[in-house]
Design a protein around this ligand. Structure first.
Ligand code: HEM
Length: 255
Protein backbone atom coordinates (compact mmCIF):
# COMPACT_ATOMS: atom_id res chain seq x y z
CA UNK A 1 0.00 0.00 0.00
CA UNK A 2 2.67 2.51 1.03
CA UNK A 3 4.63 1.43 -2.06
CA UNK A 4 1.74 2.48 -4.29
CA UNK A 5 1.60 5.88 -2.55
CA UNK A 6 5.31 6.15 -3.21
CA UNK A 7 4.78 5.35 -6.91
CA UNK A 8 2.06 7.99 -7.23
CA UNK A 9 4.26 10.59 -5.52
CA UNK A 10 7.18 9.69 -7.77
CA UNK A 11 4.98 9.99 -10.87
CA UNK A 12 3.85 13.41 -9.65
CA UNK A 13 7.49 14.42 -9.09
CA UNK A 14 6.93 14.78 -5.33
CA UNK A 15 9.49 13.27 -2.97
CA UNK A 16 8.00 11.23 -0.11
CA UNK A 17 8.15 13.07 3.27
CA UNK A 18 11.06 11.03 4.60
CA UNK A 19 13.20 12.21 1.65
CA UNK A 20 12.20 15.87 1.44
CA UNK A 21 14.93 16.95 3.88
CA UNK A 22 17.66 15.66 1.54
CA UNK A 23 17.27 18.40 -1.11
CA UNK A 24 20.52 20.22 -1.81
CA UNK A 25 22.60 17.54 -0.09
CA UNK A 26 25.58 15.68 -1.57
CA UNK A 27 24.40 12.57 -3.48
CA UNK A 28 20.73 12.99 -2.60
CA UNK A 29 19.42 12.03 -6.07
CA UNK A 30 17.00 9.13 -5.77
CA UNK A 31 16.63 8.00 -9.38
CA UNK A 32 17.85 4.40 -9.57
CA UNK A 33 19.29 4.61 -13.11
CA UNK A 34 21.24 7.73 -12.19
CA UNK A 35 22.47 6.14 -8.97
CA UNK A 36 23.63 3.06 -10.90
CA UNK A 37 25.62 5.28 -13.25
CA UNK A 38 26.91 7.88 -10.82
CA UNK A 39 27.29 5.81 -7.63
CA UNK A 40 27.27 2.03 -8.13
CA UNK A 41 29.36 1.66 -11.30
CA UNK A 42 32.14 4.03 -10.09
CA UNK A 43 32.12 2.39 -6.63
CA UNK A 44 32.32 -1.11 -8.14
CA UNK A 45 35.14 -0.11 -10.52
CA UNK A 46 37.12 1.89 -7.95
CA UNK A 47 36.89 -0.82 -5.27
CA UNK A 48 37.87 -3.57 -7.74
CA UNK A 49 40.79 -1.43 -8.96
CA UNK A 50 41.80 -0.86 -5.31
CA UNK A 51 41.71 -4.60 -4.68
CA UNK A 52 43.87 -5.30 -7.75
CA UNK A 53 46.43 -2.69 -6.65
CA UNK A 54 46.51 -4.20 -3.14
CA UNK A 55 46.97 -7.68 -4.60
CA UNK A 56 49.99 -6.44 -6.53
CA UNK A 57 51.61 -4.78 -3.51
CA UNK A 58 50.79 -7.70 -1.17
CA UNK A 59 54.03 -9.05 0.31
CA UNK A 60 54.20 -12.65 -0.92
CA UNK A 61 56.82 -15.25 -0.17
CA UNK A 62 54.76 -18.19 -1.43
CA UNK A 63 52.34 -18.77 -4.29
CA UNK A 64 48.78 -17.41 -4.41
CA UNK A 65 46.05 -18.83 -2.15
CA UNK A 66 42.48 -17.63 -1.64
CA UNK A 67 43.27 -16.80 2.03
CA UNK A 68 45.71 -14.13 0.78
CA UNK A 69 42.72 -12.14 -0.40
CA UNK A 70 41.76 -11.57 3.25
CA UNK A 71 43.87 -8.46 3.89
CA UNK A 72 43.11 -6.75 0.54
CA UNK A 73 39.35 -7.37 0.76
CA UNK A 74 39.34 -6.30 4.43
CA UNK A 75 41.10 -3.07 3.53
CA UNK A 76 38.76 -2.29 0.61
CA UNK A 77 35.80 -2.73 3.01
CA UNK A 78 37.56 -0.57 5.62
CA UNK A 79 38.21 2.30 3.18
CA UNK A 80 34.57 2.26 2.00
CA UNK A 81 33.39 2.23 5.60
CA UNK A 82 35.62 5.22 6.31
CA UNK A 83 34.10 6.98 3.31
CA UNK A 84 30.60 6.60 4.78
CA UNK A 85 31.92 8.38 7.89
CA UNK A 86 33.64 11.14 5.92
CA UNK A 87 30.69 12.12 3.69
CA UNK A 88 28.91 14.00 6.53
CA UNK A 89 31.97 16.14 7.42
CA UNK A 90 32.63 16.67 3.66
CA UNK A 91 29.10 18.06 3.25
CA UNK A 92 29.73 20.52 6.09
CA UNK A 93 33.10 21.58 4.66
CA UNK A 94 31.50 22.10 1.22
CA UNK A 95 28.63 23.97 2.89
CA UNK A 96 26.10 21.51 1.52
CA UNK A 97 23.14 20.32 3.56
CA UNK A 98 23.92 17.30 5.74
CA UNK A 99 20.61 15.49 6.24
CA UNK A 100 20.41 12.23 8.24
CA UNK A 101 20.30 10.16 5.05
CA UNK A 102 21.53 10.52 1.48
CA UNK A 103 21.59 7.97 -1.30
CA UNK A 104 25.33 8.45 -1.80
CA UNK A 105 26.03 7.44 1.81
CA UNK A 106 23.65 4.51 1.55
CA UNK A 107 25.17 3.34 -1.75
CA UNK A 108 28.70 3.52 -0.35
CA UNK A 109 27.35 1.56 2.64
CA UNK A 110 25.99 -1.10 0.30
CA UNK A 111 29.44 -1.58 -1.27
CA UNK A 112 31.00 -1.69 2.20
CA UNK A 113 28.65 -4.56 2.99
CA UNK A 114 29.36 -6.33 -0.32
CA UNK A 115 33.15 -6.27 0.21
CA UNK A 116 32.75 -7.18 3.89
CA UNK A 117 30.81 -10.31 2.95
CA UNK A 118 33.47 -11.24 0.35
CA UNK A 119 36.14 -10.63 3.01
CA UNK A 120 34.36 -12.77 5.64
CA UNK A 121 33.97 -15.68 3.18
CA UNK A 122 37.65 -15.38 2.21
CA UNK A 123 38.71 -14.86 5.86
CA UNK A 124 37.14 -18.18 6.86
CA UNK A 125 39.18 -20.08 4.26
CA UNK A 126 42.35 -20.16 6.38
CA UNK A 127 41.33 -22.62 9.12
CA UNK A 128 38.00 -24.12 8.17
CA UNK A 129 37.84 -27.83 7.44
CA UNK A 130 34.39 -29.41 7.16
CA UNK A 131 30.95 -27.86 7.50
CA UNK A 132 31.49 -26.63 11.08
CA UNK A 133 35.16 -25.75 10.74
CA UNK A 134 34.34 -22.06 11.30
CA UNK A 135 33.59 -22.92 14.97
CA UNK A 136 37.38 -23.24 15.50
CA UNK A 137 37.62 -19.49 14.90
CA UNK A 138 35.61 -18.86 18.06
CA UNK A 139 35.91 -21.88 20.39
CA UNK A 140 38.63 -24.31 21.43
CA UNK A 141 38.09 -27.25 23.81
CA UNK A 142 34.52 -26.05 24.39
CA UNK A 143 35.70 -22.61 25.61
CA UNK A 144 35.47 -19.26 23.82
CA UNK A 145 38.81 -18.27 22.28
CA UNK A 146 40.07 -15.07 23.89
CA UNK A 147 43.60 -14.92 22.52
CA UNK A 148 44.48 -12.43 19.79
CA UNK A 149 43.13 -14.75 17.07
CA UNK A 150 39.88 -15.38 18.99
CA UNK A 151 39.31 -11.71 19.82
CA UNK A 152 40.03 -10.87 16.17
CA UNK A 153 37.26 -13.24 15.18
CA UNK A 154 34.77 -12.11 17.84
CA UNK A 155 35.23 -8.47 16.84
CA UNK A 156 34.97 -9.49 13.16
CA UNK A 157 31.74 -11.36 13.89
CA UNK A 158 30.24 -8.40 15.80
CA UNK A 159 31.23 -6.11 12.89
CA UNK A 160 29.61 -8.47 10.38
CA UNK A 161 26.34 -8.55 12.36
CA UNK A 162 26.25 -4.72 12.51
CA UNK A 163 26.99 -4.42 8.77
CA UNK A 164 24.17 -6.79 7.85
CA UNK A 165 21.80 -4.97 10.23
CA UNK A 166 22.72 -1.57 8.76
CA UNK A 167 22.34 -2.91 5.22
CA UNK A 168 18.82 -4.15 5.96
CA UNK A 169 17.91 -0.89 7.74
CA UNK A 170 19.29 1.25 4.91
CA UNK A 171 16.32 0.55 2.65
CA UNK A 172 13.59 3.15 1.99
CA UNK A 173 11.13 0.76 3.61
CA UNK A 174 12.84 0.89 7.03
CA UNK A 175 13.52 4.62 6.74
CA UNK A 176 9.81 5.12 6.09
CA UNK A 177 8.75 2.79 8.93
CA UNK A 178 11.26 3.90 11.56
CA UNK A 179 11.05 7.64 10.71
CA UNK A 180 14.10 9.82 10.34
CA UNK A 181 15.28 10.25 13.96
CA UNK A 182 15.16 6.63 15.24
CA UNK A 183 16.62 5.51 11.89
CA UNK A 184 19.51 7.95 12.32
CA UNK A 185 20.11 6.75 15.89
CA UNK A 186 20.46 3.17 14.59
CA UNK A 187 22.75 4.34 11.75
CA UNK A 188 25.10 5.71 14.44
CA UNK A 189 26.07 2.06 14.97
CA UNK A 190 28.40 2.89 12.06
CA UNK A 191 30.82 4.49 14.55
CA UNK A 192 30.86 1.36 16.73
CA UNK A 193 31.31 -0.66 13.54
CA UNK A 194 34.38 1.34 12.55
CA UNK A 195 35.91 0.91 16.03
CA UNK A 196 35.24 -2.85 15.91
CA UNK A 197 36.87 -3.18 12.48
CA UNK A 198 39.97 -1.29 13.66
CA UNK A 199 40.20 -3.53 16.76
CA UNK A 200 39.65 -6.60 14.55
CA UNK A 201 42.56 -5.60 12.30
CA UNK A 202 44.77 -4.88 15.34
CA UNK A 203 43.98 -8.27 16.90
CA UNK A 204 44.89 -9.78 13.55
CA UNK A 205 48.31 -8.21 13.92
CA UNK A 206 48.04 -5.11 11.72
CA UNK A 207 50.25 -3.11 14.12
CA UNK A 208 52.87 -5.85 14.30
CA UNK A 209 53.86 -5.32 10.66
CA UNK A 210 54.05 -1.57 10.45
CA UNK A 211 55.78 -1.47 7.07
CA UNK A 212 53.02 -3.51 5.37
CA UNK A 213 50.86 -1.46 2.96
CA UNK A 214 47.78 -2.92 4.70
CA UNK A 215 48.85 -1.52 8.07
CA UNK A 216 49.57 1.86 6.47
CA UNK A 217 46.04 1.87 5.03
CA UNK A 218 44.60 1.04 8.47
CA UNK A 219 46.54 3.85 10.16
CA UNK A 220 45.86 6.45 7.44
CA UNK A 221 42.16 5.57 7.31
CA UNK A 222 41.79 5.75 11.09
CA UNK A 223 43.51 9.15 11.25
CA UNK A 224 41.35 10.43 8.33
CA UNK A 225 38.14 9.36 10.11
CA UNK A 226 39.20 10.86 13.46
CA UNK A 227 40.23 14.17 11.87
CA UNK A 228 37.11 14.21 9.64
CA UNK A 229 34.83 13.63 12.62
CA UNK A 230 36.58 16.28 14.73
CA UNK A 231 36.25 18.83 11.89
CA UNK A 232 32.61 17.78 11.34
CA UNK A 233 31.73 18.24 15.03
CA UNK A 234 33.50 21.64 15.13
CA UNK A 235 31.71 22.90 11.99
CA UNK A 236 28.35 21.56 13.19
CA UNK A 237 28.68 23.34 16.56
CA UNK A 238 29.87 26.54 14.88
CA UNK A 239 26.91 26.50 12.44
CA UNK A 240 24.58 25.84 15.39
CA UNK A 241 25.97 28.86 17.27
CA UNK A 242 25.59 31.06 14.16
CA UNK A 243 21.99 29.87 13.70
CA UNK A 244 21.17 30.46 17.38
CA UNK A 245 22.60 34.01 17.34
CA UNK A 246 20.89 34.98 14.05
CA UNK A 247 18.23 37.71 14.46
CA UNK A 248 14.79 36.15 14.89
CA UNK A 249 16.21 32.72 15.89
CA UNK A 250 13.69 30.79 18.01
CA UNK A 251 14.87 30.28 21.57
CA UNK A 252 13.76 27.13 23.34
CA UNK A 253 13.10 27.86 27.00
CA UNK A 254 13.50 25.34 29.80
CA UNK A 255 14.99 22.68 27.55
C1 HEM B 1 33.78 -13.19 11.31
C2 HEM B 1 34.08 -12.26 10.42
C3 HEM B 1 35.49 -12.02 9.91
C4 HEM B 1 36.54 -12.89 9.72
C5 HEM B 1 36.58 -14.38 9.97
C6 HEM B 1 37.65 -12.12 9.24
C7 HEM B 1 38.91 -12.63 8.91
C8 HEM B 1 40.04 -11.89 8.74
C9 HEM B 1 41.36 -12.40 8.58
C10 HEM B 1 41.71 -13.89 8.48
C11 HEM B 1 42.21 -11.35 8.51
C12 HEM B 1 43.73 -11.40 8.45
C13 HEM B 1 44.24 -11.30 7.06
C14 HEM B 1 45.75 -11.48 7.03
O1 HEM B 1 46.44 -11.06 7.95
O2 HEM B 1 46.19 -12.07 6.05
C15 HEM B 1 41.42 -10.15 8.62
C16 HEM B 1 41.92 -8.87 8.60
C17 HEM B 1 41.13 -7.75 8.43
N1 HEM B 1 39.76 -7.71 8.37
FE1 HEM B 1 38.52 -9.25 8.74
N2 HEM B 1 37.27 -10.81 9.13
C18 HEM B 1 35.96 -10.71 9.53
C19 HEM B 1 35.18 -9.55 9.51
C20 HEM B 1 35.60 -8.35 9.01
C21 HEM B 1 34.78 -7.23 8.70
C22 HEM B 1 33.24 -7.19 8.83
C23 HEM B 1 35.59 -6.24 8.22
C24 HEM B 1 35.24 -4.85 7.69
C25 HEM B 1 34.61 -4.19 7.20
C26 HEM B 1 36.95 -6.72 8.28
C27 HEM B 1 38.08 -5.98 7.93
C28 HEM B 1 39.38 -6.42 8.11
C29 HEM B 1 40.55 -5.57 8.01
C30 HEM B 1 40.57 -4.07 7.74
C31 HEM B 1 41.65 -6.41 8.22
C32 HEM B 1 43.11 -5.97 8.31
C33 HEM B 1 43.81 -6.14 7.00
C34 HEM B 1 45.32 -5.98 7.23
O3 HEM B 1 45.72 -4.91 7.67
O4 HEM B 1 46.03 -6.95 7.00
N3 HEM B 1 36.91 -8.01 8.73
N4 HEM B 1 40.10 -10.49 8.75
Amino acid sequence: MSDSIDTVERAAGVAPPFLRSTRGALGAGRDLRRRLLVHHVPLALASTAGLLVLLRVRPSDSGFSIAQLASPTGDVALVLLALTLLLGPASLVLRRRSPPHTYLRRDVGTWTAIWSVVHVVVGFQGHTRGAFGFVRYFFADGKPLIDSFGLGNWTGLAATIIIVLLLVLSTDRYLRELKSRPWKVLQRLNYALFALVVLHAIFYGALRRMTSPFSLILITTTIAVLVGQAVGIWLYRRNDRVRASAPGARRDVGG
